[in-house]
Write a protein that binds this ligand. Structure first.
Ligand code: DAT
Ligand code: MG
Length: 138
């Protein structure tokens, strides 16, 4: 079943010059890009995007991190690409993420206020529809 997922290259990925490497892995898997744009997030946009995490201890550092530079926002399309991209991304915690995954190979978490795990990917069809509407309103 073809799905669309909202994928972000977070500010750490853009700053470290890893956008191309991340897009390469997405395309190599066979997914296509329906939208792709360099964007600067705002507090308001992130409050919507991360509404489920409001009040958690990592919420404020997470928002500050996401405001620390531009992000690359994408709509990725392909067969089962919502769980498929989560597999490519690997576990949230870069130390725990398996080698071969984006976060396992390239992510960092040591000495940082929040996990700098390079990418966001929608975690369900419901989240994907909600997040695509936030980042790419019709
Ligand atoms: P994911 O990005 O894998 O969907 P999430 O939605 O649970 O993970 O959390 C959103 C982001 O918040 C995550 O990418 C990094 C940060 N984060 C989550 N849990 C954290 C924790 N325990 N400590 C530090 N940062 C955390
Ligand atoms: Mg999440």
């Amino acid at each position: 079943m073809t799905q669309q997922s909202l994928v972000l290259v977070k500010p750490d990925g853009v700053k470290r010059g890893l956008t191309g490497e991340i897009v390469r892995r997405i395309e190599a898997k066979g997914y296509t890009l329906a939208r792709l744009e360099l964007r600067t997030a705002t507090r308001d946009l992130l409050a919507q995007h991360y509404a489920e995490h409001e009040g958690k201890p990592f919420y404020e550092p997470l928002v500050e991190f996401m405001l620390s530079g531009p992000v690359v926002a994408m709509v990725v399309e392909g067969h089962q690409c919502i769980p498929g991209f989560r597999s490519l991304a690997g576990a949230t915690d870069p130390t725990a993420a398996a080698p071969g995954t984006i976060r396992g190979d390239l992510g960092r978490d040591w000495g940082l206020a929040v996990q700098q795990n390079l990418v966001h990917g929608s975690d369900s069809e419901e989240s994907a529809a909600r997040e695509i509407g936030i980042w790419f309103p019709a």
